[in-house]
Design a protein around this ligand. Structure first.
Ligand code: UD1
Ligand code: CA
Length: 509
């Protein structure tokens, strides 16, 4: 059966008090319009028509990744006029489901129910989603005849006192035979309180045509909530977040507090996953069995293998974390990071486009960018891959079993061979052979007769001006005065090294 979806999205949404179109506001990390389009895709609509108006260009460019028929409504003369603008694009047969761009959380299941209620029928059909509202203010009222059959929708501004007391209201979501739409839309007029072409008037016209008109309930209550201002947007966001959290709990995920979880996208979880408070998931995230995510973590497009443990306040983007790997606290894995099994990335470590082989560790304070790191490598605290010369990026390779001493700078492109050792504090600019020790740092000097500077009388700025001491002239207390000639080798100093080892010549032991 062929379904066309028509989405009305031409309105500005003045009550949002935003410079952007209402349908571009975000709920759960996605624009309102994208939610509706994704649902239209989920019911396998043959054609999706979006009626745009205010900020049309921005609206169109926000959904470039979907095949959409765009129709412009130049001046907004009402919901009926909006669908009329799309009429040429609506096929003559099949059904159309009409959705609003500002009712973002309508679910595919409910639309399928709506669609099937309009099938198996000899007569032309119009089905619509209605709800019973405690406070029907501002909504179109459903008018039923003496037999309980729907005969019309009356907008609040046009309703009489009796009609205003009706609690059954129009949600604005319909499934209509295309033949009926083609027949009735040209018959709409704007003879009403708002001087608009009301789409709702097709109900009375369809009733006169002898069409079958049915009402369907939404499966979830908030599905038909519209967003007109930021209060409604925040409220709907909250309802949606709580709903997603309940779904996770039902699937067996343990949440420290279902009221303090944010999912902006899609989260899939295995068994016995534990998610602590205030964790944010964005994009597509998958957590396999027994994953633990501690408080404050922000995870965007991540795949966490079984048993991975993300410690507090870590940020991970576009990355894969291997089985039983540990990350954080306070780690930042940027796009293209791949941690293999049993790896450890500790606090204040940043990675980017980097693979860390099984069993390797970078436990503290490092930057690892554009690096391929083998298995069982130890990256000492403060190690930096210097991957950028201001113009180009270069790769660093650290092979299996290598040991990088703390506070080393590896100036890429560079390779550290299998089982090689880099002495702490080294600046490594040339590749290191497997198995050797590379040390690239200034030689230690011991000054035995060194005297700490003594406190001198503080001179005022005026005194300084008066005196003939130049401000940067060395004073007696300046430690650079300690002359190498005054030094004696001590136990800590190696005597078998050349007098002036060059930066790139490793010292020999
Ligand atoms: C509409 C219904 C009302 C229903 C309510 C549910 C009509 C006449 N009334 O009222 O019965 O209870 O929705 O939320 O249909 N739009 C256009 N072009 C226009 C006018 C509107 O594209 O010329 C779009 C808006 O961008 C919005 C949607 O249609 O996405 C609904 O329009 P809105 O003005 O908000 O209708 P309501 O007054 O809420
Ligand atoms: Ca509305």
């Amino acid at each position: 059966m062929s379904i066309t979806v028509v989405v009305l999205a031409a309105g500005r949404g003045t009550r949002m008090r935003s410079k952007y179109s209402k349908v571009l506001q975000k709920l759960s990390g996605q624009t309102l319009l994208r939610h509706v389009i994704s649902t239209a895709r989920a019911i396998e609509a043959q054609k999706i028509i979006v009626v745009h108006g205010f900020q049309g260009e921005e609206v169109i460019s926000s959904i470039r990744d979907h095949d959409i028929t765009w129709v412009e409504q130049q001046s907004q003369q009402g919901t009926g006029d909006a669908v009329k603008c799309a009429l040429k694009q609506i096929p003559q047969s099949g059904q159309s489901i009409i959705l609003y761009g500002d009712v973002p959380l309508i679910q595919a299941k409910t639309l399928k129910k709506l669609h099937s209620s309009s099938l198996n029928n000899e007569r032309r059909n119009l089905s619509m989603i209605t709800i019973h509202a405690d406070d029907p203010k501002g909504l179109g009222r459903i008018i039923r005849d003496e037999n309980g059959k729907i005969s019309a929708i009356v907008e609040e501004k046009d309703a009489n006192e009796y009609q205003r007391h009706i609690k059954e209201v129009n949600t604005g979501i319909y499934c209509v035979d295309n033949a009926l739409l083609h027949l009735l839309l040209p018959k709409l007029n704007n003879d009403n309180a708002q001087g608009e072409y009301y789409l709702t008037d097709i109900v009375a016209l369809a009733s006169k045509e002898g069409a079958e008109i049915k009402a369907v309930d939404p499966i979830l209550r908030f599905e038909t909530d519209g967003v007109n201002d930021r209060v409604q947007l925040a409220r709907l966001e909250n309802k949606w977040q709580r709903y997603m959290a309940q779904e996770l709990l039902r699937q067996g995920v343990q949440l420290a507090d279902p009221d303090r979880l944010q999912i902006r996208g899609h989260l899939a979880c295995g068994q016995d996953v534990f998610i602590d408070t205030c964790v944010t998931f964005e994009g597509d995230c998958t957590l396999e069995d027994d994953v633990i995510v501690e408080t404050g973590a922000v995870l965007r497009n991540v795949y966490l293998h079984a048993g991975a443990h993300i410690k507090a306040y870590s940020v991970i983007e576009d990355s894969v974390v291997g089985p039983n790997a540990q990350v954080g606290p306070f780690a930042h894995l940027r796009a293209g990071t791949r941690l293999e099994a049993n790896t450890k990335v500790g606090n204040f470590v940043e990675t980017k486009k980097t693979t860390l082989g099984a069993g390797s560790k970078a436990s503290h304070l490092s930057y690892l960018g554009d690096a391929v790191i083998g298995e069982n490598v130890n990256i000492g605290a403060g190690t930096i891959t210097c991957n950028y010369d201001g113009v180009n990026k270069f790769d660093t390779r650290i092979e299996d079993g290598a040991f990088i001493g703390s506070n080393s700078s590896l100036v890429a492109p560079v390779t550290i061979g299998v089982d090689a050792t880099v002495g702490a504090g080294s600046v490594i600019t040339k590749s290191v052979e497997p198995g050797v020790l590379a040390v690239g740092r200034a030689k230690q000097v011991i000054v035995t007769n060194f005297k700490r500077p003594a406190k001198t009388e503080q001179l005022s700025a005026f005194d300084l001006l008066q005196s003939d001491i130049a401000p940067d002239a060395p004073t007696e207390a300046d430690p650079i005065e300690a002359k190498p000639t005054e030094t004696k080798p001590s136990e800590g100093e190696r005597v078998d090294t050349p007098e002036h080892p060059t930066e790139n010549k490793p010292e020999e032991r």
